[in-house]
Design a protein around this ligand. Structure first.
Ligand SMILES: [Zn+2]
Ligand SMILES: [Zn+2]
Length: 190
């Protein structure tokens, strides 16, 4: 599957590399989609802001069609990312719809790498509420209750480090626990 990457000029080059690495890492657990290929960077001048803030509005991914042109879409910004329900976001995804948005603003390249792997997991449907791994105590939907899984909820830099370590410790599954990896491996999109 192709990956469309929309980036603004505020996103530093080493963060661009981190996103490409995340796409490649996630590919390993997505054999059903034939892997993911980073084939197109699209430069964007200015993303719309959230209300009167200076934060990029995370809801702009609503404007993207799901699986646009049969591709995964990743929107990346170097500016801070906001959403009306929280003070800021590291990233967001629409579950199972192939739309991801991430921000480098509060993160190191390694942290953005982990965030992108996590959000790609959501974009391919992790974690279904019907799953026995579904974390009911998570403040946001779609998280895994397994401690060393990259799909566990990430709310701060400590969680972020845990997610990064999960990927480093289990690179062949890109940090996904066996259950999340199995769900992704069964994923097929046209
Ligand atoms: Zn999440
Ligand atoms: Zn998991």
């Amino acid at each position: 599957m192709n990956t469309l990457l929309f980036r603004d000029s505020q996103l530093p080059e080493d963060y661009v590399d981190a996103i490409e690495l995340a796409v490649r890492a996630s590919s390993l657990v997505l054999p059903g989609v034939g892997g993911l290929v980073c084939d197109k960077w699209i430069e964007v001048d200015h993303y719309p802001k959230l209300g009167k803030t200076t934060q990029v509005d995370a809801n702009i991914i609503d404007g993207l069609k799901s699986w646009q042109n049969g591709a995964l879409s990743i929107v990346a910004t170097g500016e801070d990312l906001g959403h009306r329900s929280v003070n800021f976001l590291f990233g967001m995804s629409k579950t199972g719809q192939g739309q991801v948005i991430v921000s480098s603003y509060r993160l190191s390249p390694e942290q953005l790498f982990a965030t992108t792997v996590h959000e790609i997991g959501h974009s391919f449907g992790l974690v279904e509420p019907s799953s026995e791994r579904y974390d009911n105590s998570s403040s946001f939907a779609g998280h895994c209750a397994v401690d060393n899984c990259v799909m566990k909820e990430v709310n701060n830099v400590v969680d972020m480090q845990r997610a990064f370590n999960a990927i480093s410790d289990n690179p062949t599954q890109a940090g996904h626990c066996d259950g999340c990896a199995a769900d992704l491996s069964r994923t097929h999109y046209a």
